[in-house]
Design a protein around this ligand. Structure first.
Ligand code: URA
Length: 201
């Protein structure tokens, strides 16, 4: 499968109900030369209704700031969400289209990981970074406590891929006390990239 057929297949996907409320198909621009694959959770309102690209809303701003703090440029990475369509719940106060975001269900995560795996095959990165508990659950195959794994490297046996685990960038918005921990983890991410021969970030 190449990127164009992936895009078409995801656009036609009816494996779960999320396509019914989806506006944009949120996929990154394909770049098979990047070594680092960042795995996110799912698109939010801005990604779904405005940009059609991962991490362009509030969490995206945090992510960009974090990457900049360790000198990692956006064009060195590919970002793939574990769930491709925005998981929503109706809310009259929703900022985007009368909906607010919700965490994807276990079933949505399981079904949609099929597309994440195809993206990984197409991009063929040297390493991956799991942003939060949702992508981490795909790597470990179960609900895994993030507090035991953040700032650490694990090996994804099934994909033969080293994975570094970070909190989701939105976590510091909800819990500002995590900021210090996040910065310590980012320093470890830098060491992880060097260890895997990814220089010139
Ligand atoms: N936006 C995304 O694209 N993914 C996330 O995980 C969060 C916000």
């Amino acid at each position: 499968m190449n990127f164009e057929t992936l895009r078409k297949s995801v656009a036609e996907c009816r494996m779960c109900e999320l396509y019914k409320t989806r506006n944009a198909l949120v996929l990154d621009d394909c770049d098979e030369k990047v070594d680092i694959f960042l795995m996110g959770e799912a698109p939010g309102g801005h990604e779904d209704t405005v940009s059609g690209k991962p991490f362009t809303g509030d969490a995206g701003k945090n992510l960009r700031d974090f990457l900049r703090s360790i000198g990692l440029s956006r064009n060195k990475l590919y970002i793939g969400n574990t769930v491709k369509c925005r998981p929503v719940k109706p809310s009259p106060r929703g900022r985007y289209k009368q909906y607010t975001n919700r965490r994807p269900t276990r079933q949505e995560i399981k079904l949609c990981s099929k597309w994440l795996f195809k993206e990984l095959e197409i991009i063929g990165p040297k390493v991956a970074v799991a942003l939060g508990g949702v992508p981490l659950s795909i790597v470990t195959g179960k609900n895994t406590p993030l507090k035991d794994f953040h700032g650490k490297e694990i090996f994804w046996q099934e994909k033969k891929l080293p994975v570094f685990v970070l909190y989701h960038p939105a976590a510091v918005t909800y819990n500002p006390r995590l900021k210090e921990t996040y910065h310590r983890d980012l320093e470890k991410l830098k060491e992880f990239l060097t260890k895997h021969d990814i220089g010139n970030i």
